[in-house]
Design a binder for this molecule. Structure first.
Ligand code: GLU
Length: 419
């Protein structure tokens, strides 16, 4: 029987390998391996039909040694404590690899948000905020959107938290609506970061975006924005998918038309029809004929078996944890280059950092300033990762983990232990 996938086990195993490869002193590793705090909450909500349901929610605070805990809140039917633990750990590594002054955290509620009305979702979000209020705050732990949450969800979190504190507390969340102190460019930031990462990698290989064949698994906030920006930069987006399946067109899809059709998630790709467009399965989107594959959905998508069937040359991880540790080995053997999640999808948290900086200084930056600063941080981090992977003769994932872990461990060392 195949081993069941556990995202937390996966991230710990990858960290252990990087500690070894990078020759990092292991004395402090157990501190980094374990989160600082795990909170589980039970959330009673009155449903529209008058019944009461109790939902389970989590907030895992992995590390705050480099700055306040930071990370999104996910609504998904498969959310578990170990998934949230893994996601919180990835946030600490992500903020460390791009060198922004945040730690890592993640929240989640086990719920299928598609089955709830807007009112029910609002009440659930507010109850969750109330439950975690004692441990969040602009200088302690700052939530943001993640899978199935968005600026509206953040507006509810912000309002609930502000009500409890008797004053507006805009810095408590990022990824909020611009009217409530959100940053220009935050909504598309993760997708933009994916395109920048792709551009940096292709440049390294003497190529550019124009005409490059891209396949994207997932058309949520990250995949959808990445698809639009890829299309604007004249890349050839040949395949995209959502929960209902994928669509493929050999000489490129009309991304603008598809985005309009999907109408922010109101419709599904299985119902999209256009000339020359074929409907394909989830496995087919991953294994289709393309140069760049962008998994922008959930964890555990590129397994060992899928890795053997891939036709792409490059993978840019837009989701957190889409590739298993076993699959990484297959990719290395096959010479498929992968840009790891903790760097590739860091555009979101980088612009979250800009949003938080604007909030505490009561300033607003122009969109071009945000884009410019984002590109600069990503380019610097990419150089560091490339250099490290050359130095240790290892994959970009290992290079990124070595950079991040060295930073985290060095901070632990100079800070020392309390008491
Ligand atoms: N949820 C996003 C991530 O996984 C963004 C987190 C944030 O902005 O805090 O990186």
């Amino acid at each position: 029987m195949p081993k069941t996938y556990d995202p937390y086990e996966n991230v710990v195993a990858v960290m252990e390998e990087a500690m070894e490869k990078g020759g990092i002193d292991k004395k402090m590793f157990d501190i980094i391996k374990n989160p600082q705090r795990e909170t589980k909450v039970y959330l009673p909500v009155e449903m529209d039909d008058g019944t009461i349901r109790v939902f389970e929610g989590y907030r895992v605070q992995h590390s705050n040694i480099r700055g306040p805990f930071k990370g999104g809140i996910r609504f998904h039917k498969n959310v578990t404590l170990n998934e949230v633990k893994a996601l919180a750990t990835w946030m600490s590594l992500k903020c460390a690899v791009v060198n922004i002054p945040f730690g890592g955290a993640k929240g989640g509620i086990t719920v299928d948000p598609q089955t709830l009305s807007k009112g029910e979702l609002c009440r659930l979000t507010r109850r969750y905020t109330y439950a975690i209020e004692p441990i969040i705050g602009a200088d302690t732990d700052i939530p943001a959107p993640d899978v199935n949450t968005n600026a509206q969800t953040m507006a509810w979190v912000l309002d609930t938290y502000s009500m409890l504190h008797g004053k507006p507390c805009s810095g408590v969340v990022t990824g909020k609506p611009i009217e409530l102190g959100g940053s220009k460019g935050r909504n598309s930031a993760t997708g933009r970061g994916i395109v920048i990462s792709t551009k940096l990698l292709l440049k390294e290989h003497g190529k550019n975006l124009e005409g490059t064949r891209v396949a994207i698994q997932g058309m949520g906030n990250v995949g959808g924005n990445a698809a639009t920006i890829f299309a604007h930069r004249n890349a050839c987006v040949v395949a995209v998918s959502d929960v209902s399946g994928g669509v493929y067109k050999e000489n490129g899809l009309d991304i603008e038309e598809i985005t309009e059709f999907l109408d922010g998630g109101q419709r599904l790709l299985k119902d999209y029809q256009a000339e020359g467009v074929a409907h394909i399965s989830n496995e087919e989107i991953l294994t289709c004929d393309c140069e760049v594959l962008v998994p922008a959905a959930l964890e555990n998508q590129i397994t060992e078996d899928i890795a053997r069937k891939l036709k792409c040359s490059y993978i840019i991880e837009a989701a957190n944890g889409p590739t298993t540790k076993e699959a990484d080995k297959v990719l290395e053997d096959r010479g498929i280059i992968l840009v790891p999640d903790i760097f590739a999808n860091s555009g979101g948290v980088i612009v979250s950092y800009f949003e938080w900086v604007q909030n505490i200084q009561e300033l607003t930056w122009e969109r071009d300033t945000v884009k410019e600063k984002l590109e600069k941080i990503l380019s610097t981090a990419f150089e560091e990762i490339m250099e490290t992977s050359r130095k240790f003769n290892c994959s970009l994932r290992m290079g990124a983990y070595i950079v991040a872990l060295s930073r985290l461990i060095h901070t632990e060392e100079i800070k020392g232990l309390f008491p």
